[in-house]
Design a protein around this ligand. Structure first.
Ligand code: CUA
Length: 370
């Protein structure tokens, strides 16, 4: 078997410097692309401190690209130059190199410096995000399966899915969740916070441009996670004040008592699609369970427990459940643990006014196939 002398198995190899120059050229080209690439034309920056977040992302991409280009480039290069040659036994090992102190110094110092720069840069942005500017709007956002609830200081009731904010105003949002972990992502504000039951997190930002933006749940929270999205409307100050006043008026009106069996079935049908269809079946597959039971023959379903009074279901009982939610059959009646039917959220969690409850129960009764 042929023996090779040690020098062929050490050193940088014949093409090291040309390869280094080629990798540097590739690195500089990609770095240039990262620096000039218009990220914000895909997802526009519409708030503070969004620009800083993009700058940090660009900085991390430049460093990450350089590390990838050189590590992957040299890996390929050395694999080719010092590959096993014909005639060498398969367990031949390369020359072992230890104690190259110059090399060890630099491969420790350079990453350490990069990490320190990254830390200073990230902490600066994080502190900016935490700092309260005082004044502005302070509110709460609560994640539910599968919608967002917003509570404003000057509204008695919550608002669902549509979030309105005044432009150029510091916003403080305390986020949490009612059931499982959700997330509150405002891509155009470059802001994201997990919504965790039992934990309140504070997010701060300042919307800078009037418009309609997205709110997206990015934490898998159940079968309808993919549909858990909402809108953020950034309004001018007068428009925002007008919206708050309109909400307050609508809420005052919705507190009036209504007859639960005399709602508007057509309005109920459209509400059902918005509010109920993510958990309860409608239309063709009415009786199939999704998260909650199918409601196709709610008035006569023998498998449907006596939900409220023990009597045949009626519009009032349905309204009662829509109002109070439902937590499985009443175990106190049989004394035995009943089957778990899941948790139907109450009206606060679903954002239902009296009129909505009346419309929904009227619709369900009218469409029950007996
Ligand atoms: Cu809520 Cu995903």
């Amino acid at each position: 078997m042929a023996q090779y002398s040690a020098p062929r198995r050490s050193g940088l190899g014949p093409g090291f410097w040309p390869v280094t120059i080629a990798l540097t050229v590739v690195n500089l080209i990609v770095t240039y692309v990262i620096i000039v690439f218009p990220f914000d034309s895909f997802v526009k920056v519409m708030g503070e401190p969004g620009g800083d977040v993009d700058l940090l992302f660009r900085f991390m991409s430049v460093i990450g690209n350089a590390i990838f280009v050189y590590v992957a480039g040299y890996l390929v290069y050395f694999s080719i130059v010092w590959r096993r040659r014909a005639g060498e036994s398969s367990d031949t090992i390369g020359i072992q190199i230890h104690d190259n102190h110059t090399l060890e110094f630099w491969w420790t110092a350079i990453p350490a410096i990069i990490v320190v720069i990254l830390a200073i840069f990230s902490i600066k942005i994080w502190v900016d995000l935490q700092r309260s500017e005082g004044g502005g709007v302070t509110m709460e956002a609560i994640g539910h399966q599968y919608n967002y609830e917003f509570r404003y200081a000057n509204l008695k009731q919550s608002v669902y899915n549509d979030m309105h904010l005044p432009v150029n105003t510091p916003i403080t949002v305390d986020v949490t969740a009612a059931d499982v972990i959700h997330s509150f992502w405002l891509p155009e504000m470059r802001l994201k916070g997990d919504m965790v039951p039992g934990l309140i997190q504070t997010l701060r930002f300042t919307p800078k441009t009037v418009g309609k933006y997205r709110i997206i749940c990015t934490e898998f929270c159940g079968t309808n996670h993919a549909n858990m999205a909402a809108n953020l409307y950034v309004d001018s100050r007068p428009d925002f004040d007008k919206w708050i006043a309109g909400q307050a008026k609508a809420q005052a009106g919705s507190a009036q008592p209504v007859a639960f069996d005399k709602g508007d079935a057509a309005a109920g049908a459209s509400l059902f699609t918005q509010k109920c269809a993510s958990c309860h079946n409608a239309n063709g597959t009415w009786n199939q369970k999704i998260v909650g039971p199918g409601l196709g023959h709610i008035m006569s379903d023998s498998a449907h427990p006596n939900l409220v009074t023990g009597e045949k279901p009626n519009a009032k009982d349905i309204a009662y459940i829509l109002e109070h939610g439902y937590d499985g059959p009443d175990k106190s009646m049989s004394g035995a643990p009943g089957p778990t039917l899941g948790i139907m959220p109450n009206r606060e969690a679903n954002g239902l006014t009296n009129k909505m409850i009346a419309d929904l129960s009227t619709y369900l009764v009218a469409h029950s196939s007996k």
